[in-house]
Design a protein around this ligand. Structure first.
Ligand code: ADP
Length: 181
C-alpha cells in the first residue's frame, strides 16, 4: 500500500529489506554493533564485509551505539549505498521503551537527511529477537516517521515487513491512525 504525506511517498510492503533500492536501508543493530541474526545478519550477508569494517572503526572511536541512536556506514554490495544502523530497545513493557523506539526512527531519518539521502527503507525495529509486540511498535514507528518528515521531508520511505502477518498489522494501524491514503 502507498500513502502520500506532503512531499513524501510512503510505501508499506511485504519483502526482504536487503533487496530494496532505496538510497539507504535501516538495520536493527545491537548496541555493540557486532552483527547478529535476523535482519542484521541478512544485511551483513548481502552487503559483505565492508559494512563490518566501517562498524569496527566506529566501535573503536565511540565504543558502540546506545539504544535509540544511529550510525551510518556504506551499503557495501547492497543496492542501497548506505546502511543506517540503529539500536532498538529490548521490550520489557516499560514506558521508556516506546520513546527509545521512536528515537530509532526519528534519528535514522535525521541522519539520512544529514547525508543528503532521499529514500530510506525501514524494517520493523525491535519486534524480532527484542520481542516488542508489533501491534504496539507499528503505531510508534508510523507516528514518529510521519512527524519527523515534517522536519526532514525525504522523497520516499518504505516500511518493509518480513511476513504477511506483520504487513497486515501495519496496514491496519495506518487505517486506525487515519493517515491519508
Ligand atoms: P530486533 O533485535 O530489533 O528485534 P530482528 O532482526 O530480530 O531485530 O527482527 C526485527 C524484524 O526484522 C522482525 O520483524 C523480523 O521478522 C524482520 N526481518 C528479519 N529479516 C528481515 C529481512 N531480510 N527483511 C526485512 N525484515 C526482516
Amino acid at each position: 500500500m502507498e500513502v502520500k504525506w506532503n512531499d513524501t511517498v510512503i510505501k508499506i510492503l511485504r519483502g526482504d529489506i536487503t533487496e530494496q533500492d532505496t538510497e539507504a536501508l535501516v538495520n536493527a543493530a545491537n548496541s555493540r554493533l557486532a552483527g547478529g541474526g535476523g535482519v542484521d545478519g541478512a544485511i551483513h550477508a548481502a552487503g559483505g564485509p565492508a559494512i563490518m569494517r566501517e562498524l569496527d572503526s566506529i566501535r573503536a572511536r565511540q565504543g558502540g551505539c546506545p539504544a535509540g541512536q544511529a550510525v551510518i556506514t556504506t551499503g557495501g554490495r547492497l543496492k542501497a549505498k548506505h546502511v543506517i544502523h540503529t539500536v532498538g530497545p529490548v521490550y520489557h513493557g516499560r514506558d521508556a521503551e516506546a520513546e527509545l523506539l521512536a528515537a530509532c526512527y526519528g534519528n535514522s531519518i535525521k541522519l539520512a537527511a544529514g547525508h543528503n539521502i532521499h529514500s530510506l527503507s525501514f524494517p520493523s525495529i525491535s519486534t524480532g529477537v527484542y520481542r516488542y509486540p508489533i501491534r504496539l511498535a507499528a503505531p510508534v514507528a508510523l507516528r514518529t516517521v510521519f512527524s519527523q518528515l515534517q522536519i526532514y521531508p525525504l522523497q520516499e520511505i518504505r516500511f518493509v515487513l518480513f511476513s504477511d502477518a506483520d504487513y497486515e498489522v501495519y496496514r491496519k494501524v495506518v487505517t486506525e491512525l487515519k493517515l491519508p491514503e
